[in-house]
Structures are given as structure tokens and as C-alpha cells.
Write a new protein. Structure first.
Length: 72
């Protein structure tokens, strides 16, 4: 069968078939849509962690600036 599809290995075709059964609710497992959402949420989580770290550092910087005596 794989040869008829341009040299695709039987293992690849079997994986596609298994994933299609999961996506259609015929087999247990993580659907393609769920996997994509998890990937998107992990990316968003990483971005938010980076933003929080930047804000934490900026907050510490400005707090230190406010604690310094002025020389006016």
C-alpha cells in the first residue's frame, strides 16, 4: 500500500490510520485538535512566563530607584 502512495512506509500509514480513529472518537487517545491546543497553550504559557520575568525585573529596578537618595 505504501508503495502505491509514493513510497510511504507502512508504519507511517498505520500511524495515520490510528490517529484518524482517535480523531473520529473510535479509539482512545489524544486527538489532533487536543494536541494542537496543548502546543498552543504551552507556547502561550512560556510567553507569559517570560513577560512576568521581565515585569519582575522592571519592578525590582524601579523599586531600587525609588529607594536611592536624591542629590538635589
Amino acid at each position: 500500500m505504501g508503495e502505491a502512495l509514493g513510497g510511504i512506509s507502512p508504519h507511517t500509514v498505520r500511524n495515520w490510520w490510528k490517529q484518524d480513529r482517535i480523531d473520529q472518537g473510535q479509539a482512545p487517545g489524544l486527538s489532533t485538535a487536543e494536541a494542537e491546543e496543548i502546543t498552543r497553550l504551552r507556547r502561550e504559557n512560556l510567553e507569559l512566563r517570560r513577560a512576568n520575568e521581565i515585569l519582575r525585573k522592571a519592578s525590582a529596578f524601579f523599586a531600587a530607584e525609588l529607594d536611592r537618595p536624591t542629590t538635589r
